[in-house]
Design a protein around this ligand. Structure first.
Ligand code: SAM
Length: 323
């Protein structure tokens, strides 16, 4: 279905729980205020919801959280979605701490691919950014994901000035050499990132990141850029991987946004930048699919045109991404 701006909604991000075993310094996931278990959607409710989303044209589903691999029996949810929802693409975003253990089962259950969040390749720094994470565990998980064919393995890196901006070339080289797709993500002014002026102090524009990498590893636009998603991809000569940039602030992609989200407690959210949501959990519990369909119509019709983050004072790097 198209929204009022003609955007075709095809993609649903489903949060399967708000617990996380890391507490990244900028993220709201893993914050202590957790929803009681009874308020979290069951697997059957998630499947019913995705089947309704399918009627509205959703073909691609991404599981997220919190940390989705902490949800008990997550592999069973993957099989249920695979068997009952006729999806073109079923993926999952993870911090990678449980990936070594679960990658193979997830693949067997029908997961297509994973995105792994990784903000540093230096063990001490990784531990500090995630407040306790073990880098070796995540790197082993990433390798395992590749071995079992959860590909392409994408790595998401949020860049912050004074935190990890001196590492962007190392991160790019790591991905380019090993054949991963690494996306540098501009820090968004949400969650913990807005606390105490952190976002204003640490925001780095994608254009700046690209320029730093270009000095040592000349990048050229990737001709066969996949997906029409928010990232713009680049390659370096002779190396198998790709780097991408998700410039949500300096080059917002709201006009091409094709996604809806659903929170762990069953609120349908049309936009990441707006907290307003339409509750669907009670309707799912009553088996009232007509009410769930109505909620989709309300969410799609009411999808905001976009965020206004780029109107914030940090305007460095606007339109610099090039290529
Ligand atoms: N636990 C999983 C993980 O670590 O990937 C899934 C949930 S996590 C909230 C999803 C992604 O959102 C991560 O890649 C994280 O870095 C990113 N993220 C969280 N807060 C952000 C912010 N303020 N700006 C940009 N990205 C953010």
């Amino acid at each position: 279905m198209r929204d009022r701006l003609g955007r075709v909604i095809q993609y649903l991000r489903v949060s399967v729980g708000d617990r996380c075993d890391l507490r990244c310094i900028y993220c709201r996931a893993g914050a202590p205020a957790l929803a009681p278990k009874r308020e979290v959607l069951s697997f059957e409710e998630i499947v019913a919801l995705v089947r309704v989303a399918r009627e509205f044209g959703v073909r691609r589903v991404r599981l997220t959280g919190g940390e989705p691999l902490l949800r008990r029996d997550i592999v069973r949810l993957v099989s249920l979605l695979r068997e009952r929802c006729d999806l073109e693409d079923l993926s999952l975003t993870t911090n990678g701490t449980k990936l070594l253990l679960l990658a193979e089962e997830l693949k067997r259950a029908g997961l297509d691919r994973v995105n792994v969040s990784l903000d540093s390749l230096r063990p001490e720094r990784y531990r500090a950014v995630t407040r306790g994470g073990d880098l070796a565990e995540v790197l082993a998980g990433i390798e395992r994901a590749r071995e079992v064919g959860l590909s392409p393995v994408k790595i998401n890196t949020v860049v912050m000035r004074g935190v990890n901006d001196d590492e962007v070339t190392d991160l790019a080289r790591f991905a380019l050499k090993r054949g991963f797709v690494l996306r540098f993500i501009e820090l968004m002014p949400i969650g913990e990132a807005v606390r105490d002026g952190f976002w204003r102090r640490t925001f780095v524009a994608a254009g700046e990141i690209r320029r730093i990498i270009d000095r040592e590893l000349p990048l050229s636009p990737d001709a066969e850029t996949e997906g029409g998603g928010p990232a713009r991809y680049f390659r370096a000569e002779g190396l198998p991987g790709k780097v991408g940039f998700i410039a949500s602030i300096t080059r917002p992609f709201c006009t091409g946004c094709n996604r809806l989200r659903v929170t762990a407690t069953g609120e349908l959210r049309p936009c990441l930048a707006h907290d307003a949501g339409i509750p669907v959990r009670d309707a799912l519990r009553r088996g009232d699919l007509e009410a769930v369909r109505n909620a989709f119509v309300v969410a799609i019709v009411g999808k905001p045109p976009g965020h206004r983050w780029h109107e914030a004072p940090t305007r460095t790097g606007m339109d610099e991404l090039g290529g």
